[in-house]
Design a protein around this ligand. Structure first.
Ligand code: GLC
Length: 740
């Protein structure tokens, strides 16, 4: 539909321009000549647009699209959720799917799983694959990735983000951005900024000091913009410094567009725009999802009532708003159009291809985290194993439907049970174990699963235990799901514990059979009161279409797990900084980040709290030994690099991948700083007995802290320690160096 309109417009326009013969390219309007530099095309198009046309292109015309300029043959812009796959088509002004039959997608693993790979190549593969699907569906803007930092384990949307550490999230977001955009599809990095909870997300005011903002909550967005080259950013719902993040002087004008030089488009979250004056002056460029007539929520088709629509046009006409400010918005939107919709150099994209299914499985295989594996319960050896009992609702429950705007209509979703059966055949016997959430629909997409269950909680446990007693191995698959107050947009979890009767089932199974492996499907940390009685635990994440196959690959040893936690699993909620300081209350409208920079492992190490599982933790079916870290020069002049090298050996019996992690601690700082902070990581493959030397280059910027008073990054001379290891709590070697 869109292509045809554009073609007609261009033909009619070029026909009117050229006489009988085809006018040479250079004679047509500059903006139509894609051999011209984009900035020339932007200025030419802008000069031809009327005031009304300019205002038309800076706000939505439908639920997920904004207008082009038909008179000039400039097409509309089409957006789509979400970070894990391409949302099904919707009708013009609806949230529910339109019911097309050719818009099912591959559901890729959740971004927590991608972050858990600690492998930038996986991020590139992810971006390429999802970018191809967006392109094939003719979408110009992909509403993702999300990179909000994991501040509390209760945040309902942590599953869509990349963990608690700004360095990890910064490294892992860049390839995703670059590869999506190679398809001529813009990313829209979200939610900028400080949307670290879902409770009161439209209303709470985040109270955060500048040092914390710059050291923890901005880096991933900055990397996405300055290194990734993100073409659009999505404003968050919450307030910051008393202004909504979607029209926020400090975040958008001063930092994003000022300090970082962002040349793209700031898009509001859907319903994140609340007034015209601030929307005009505080950096918003493209308004989406506003509750139109401003009087009632959700009035449909009132797109001319948007804050940047008629109310803005009125101000422009009566001279109370400057056309220069409007032109900056329009330039940015035009630039985005020439990068995407008007970009004739785009690949065609592809959808549901074998390559995309393989990519999803490969990313998952590198992201699944082996948390515990006593007595080598895992991998289960299929050449000798007899009956394998699979227990738990999450073994059968589809997880691609629900959870909010990241919900998908997957062409196929291989559940854990299906994947385990595909690998182990009829040795797999299933018992429900517990009942959790039997729903299965979102925005008109239905799973079609009948999860109804008539047995009582006690009966379900008894049946599961009876089966477990007769099995060689037991796999419990539980965790969270995408229901409200679980891993779900627009609501936070109520507590850290596993919901439903899962803890009871796990305790009973541990009693019945020591060969128990517990698989947690979640996007968040959960409490594990039974941990001492269970030999093997795996964090399986939300993996999407390839869930079952990826899990089976790891549990049966076809893939040696190499994932590492992108966030801390605290033993109890109070071990988390925000909760220890009572700085998270779902009812609060003002949320003061009292823990400051001490988020995640930074807090645990500062307070000497032993987590259940630490940031960066993840086991392998083999072992890795580290040599002594060496510094090329123990003392360097301020401003020069430091290199740290370490030999790593696979001292086990099977090939594997290790994520060698580098943390830096400032031993002589004049300000309070974390014990150590992640400043490097490298994932390496090693055959049994193989040794590789890993060398890290520590640049001066990596040693700095943000001085809020000076509003700049500061490097203090003195001694630093480089910590190298397999996890934040598994440091194998350290070396000190000095900056003169
Ligand atoms: C939602 C989400 C955002 C999503 C948008 C469009 O409210 O906050 O992540 O992309 O609206 O669905």
């Amino acid at each position: 539909m869109k292509n045809t309109a554009r073609l007609i417009a261009i033909i009619s326009l070029s026909a009117s321009v050229a006489s009988c013969c085809q006018a040479p390219k250079s004679e047509g309007p500059v903006y139509l000549d894609d051999s011209q530099p984009i900035e020339a095309r932007v200025e030419d198009a802008l000069s031809r647009m009327t005031l009304e046309e300019k205002v038309k292109v800076i706000h939505a015309q439908s639920k997920f699209s904004s207008a082009g300029v038909p008179r000039l043959g400039i097409p509309e812009l089409w957006t789509t959720d979400g970070p894990h796959g391409i949302r099904p088509e919707v009708l013009w002004d609806e949230w529910d799917q339109a019911g097309w039959t050719n818009d099912s997608c591959v559901a890729f693993p959740a971004l927590t799983c991608l972050a858990a790979t600690w492998n930038e190549d996986m991020s590139a593969l992810y971006g390429k694959s999802i970018g191809e699907e967006a392109r094939f569906r003719e979408k110009d803007i992909l509403l993702g990735p999300g990179v909000n930092i994991y501040r509390t384990p209760l945040n309902g949307r942590n599953f869509e983000y990349m963990g608690e550490d700004p360095y990890l999230a910064s490294r892992m977001v860049v390839p995703y951005v670059q590869e999506v955009q190679k398809n001529g599809v813009a990313v829209c990095v979200k939610h900028y900024a400080l949307n670290n909870q879902e409770s009161k997300r439209h209303e709470y005011d985040a109270v955060v000091d500048d040092r914390t903002l710059y050291e923890i909550y901005l880096p991933a967005f900055k990397a996405a913009v300055q290194e990734g080259g993100a073409w659009s950013i999505m404003g968050a719902y919450n307030f910051y410094k008393g202004q909504h993040a979607c029209h926020n002087e400090y975040l958008l004008n001063d930092i994003l567009k000022g300090e970082w030089g962002f040349d793209g488009v700031v898009i509001s979250d859907w319903g994140g725009t609340h007034e015209t004056d601030q929307a005009i002056t505080n950096g918003l460029d493209l308004e989406f999802g506003t509750w139109t007539d401003g009087l009632t929520m959700g009035a449909t088709n009132g797109y001319d009532a948007y804050y940047l629509a008629d109310p803005y046009l009125e101000k422009l006409r009566n001279g109370t708003a400057s056309e220069d400010v409007l032109d900056d918005k329009v330039r940015r939107v035009l630039r985005l159009m020439f990068r995407t919709a008007m970009n004739n150099d785009k690949p065609a994209g592809s959808m549901c291809s074998p390559e995309h299914y393989d990519a999803a499985r490969k990313i998952a295989g590198e992201g699944i985290v082996l948390l515990k594996n006593d007595n080598d319960v895992l991998p289960i050896d299929l050449s000798s194993a007899g009956k394998i009992a699979v227990i738990g609702e999450n073994a059968i429950k589809m997880m691609t439907v629900g959870g909010g705007s990241s919900s998908l209509k997957a062409q196929h979703e291989c559940t854990p049970l299906e994947g385990l059966i595909a690998a182990a055949g009829d040795r797999i016997v299933y018992e429900r174990g517990y009942v959790g959430d039997v729903s299965g629909s979102y925005n008109g997409v239905v799973t079609g699963q009948d999860l109804s269950e008539s047995r009582s909680e006690e009966q379900l446990i008894a049946d599961a235990v009876a089966l477990a007693k007769t099995a060689d191995a037991v796999i419990f698959v539980g965790g969270l799901n995408k229901a409200s107050h679980q891993d779900c947009e627009d609501s936070d979890r109520y507590h850290l514990e596993l919901p439903y009767a899962q803890d009871k089932v796990i305790e009973a199974l541990a009693e019945a059979n020591p060969n128990l492996a517990v698989v947690i499907i979640s996007g968040n940390a959960v409490a594990m009161p039974w941990i001492d009685n269970v030999n093997a635990v795996v964090e399986g994440w939300y993996i999407g279409s390839q869930m079952g196959h990826a899990l089976a690959d790891v549990l049966f040893g076809k893939v040696n797990p190499s994932g590492k936690l992108p966030f801390t699993f605290p033993a109890k909620l109070e071990d988390n900084g925000a909760h220890a300081l009572n700085a998270y209350d779902p009812a609060d409208l003002s949320v003061e980040y009292k823990e400051g920079i001490y988020v995640g492992y930074r807090w645990a190490e500062k307070q000497n709290i032993k987590p259940l599982f630490a940031f960066g933790h993840g086991l392998s079916y083999t072992d890795f030994t580290y040599g002594d870290a060496e510094c090329a020069k123990a003392s360097v002049k301020a401003g020069s690099n430091v290199t740290v090298s370490v030999d790593v050996t696979n001292s086990g019996k099977v090939a594997g991948k290790e994520v060698v992690q580098l943390y830096i601690g400032d031993d002589e700082s004049s300000v309070d700083r974390p014990v150590k902070e992640l400043k490097g990581f490298r994932k390496i493959s090693l055959e049994p007995g193989e040794t590789k030397t890993v060398t890290f280059t520590i640049e001066p910027d990596m040693l700095k802290y943000f001085d809020a008073a000076k509003h700049e990054w500061v490097l203090e001379n003195g001694k630093f320690t480089a910590y190298v290891g397999s996890a934040s709590d598994d440091i194998r070697t350290t070396v000190q160096f000095e900056v003169r």
